[in-house]
Design a protein. Structure first.
Length: 162
């Protein structure tokens, strides 16, 4: 089904948009790129509330301090979630500012859930929020500003045009 503006509507539209933009703008992303054998290969999915969500197995290979996931890995997960949320809404934008608050350590050998949503959008600027949940508790929260390139196209953020 399409809207009056030619956009897809329905439950699969955000997933299709997210997959299309992901494939054209950064298929080798270290967080979510399926074509990056050394990456995290996190599989984000749109949620009914307009956000995205993914599960992440906190393996010891991502450890910083003993039994704790490295803060840089956590920051990358939240940034990737926010990027994929924008993709689900048809936006291609780059991180302009990222703030992370680590409330509690994220432990290894447990599964975590990463969520992101749009807090506010205005023209080319998108204010995003994200969180990492483990064992039912929000352990890390993130806020970011994402900026769409002036020309708005994937080429502006390094996409292949092939």
């Amino acid at each position: 089904m399409q809207s009056a503006y030619g956009e897809k509507t329905g439950s699969h539209a955000p997933l299709e948009q997210m997959q299309r933009l992901h494939a054209t703008t950064h298929p080798h992303c270290v967080v979510c790129g399926a074509h990056n054998p050394r990456g995290l290969q996190v599989d984000f999915r749109p949620t009914a509330d307009g956000g995205v969500e993914a599960h992440f197995d906190c393996a010891t290979v991502f450890e910083g301090y003993n039994r704790r996931i490295h803060g840089g890995v956590i920051a990358a997960l939240l940034d990737g979630a926010m990027t994929n949320c924008l993709f689900a809404h048809g936006h291609v934008a780059v991180t302009a500012e990222l703030t992370i608050r680590y409330r509690q350590p994220v432990m290894t050998d447990r599964r975590a859930t990463v969520r992101a949503w749009i807090h506010e959008s205005s023209h080319r600027l998108h204010r995003m929020r994200a969180e990492l949940i483990q064992d039912g508790q929000v352990l890390v929260v993130g806020a970011a500003k994402f900026l769409e390139p002036v020309d708005g196209g994937p080429e502006a953020v390094g996409a292949s045009t092939e």
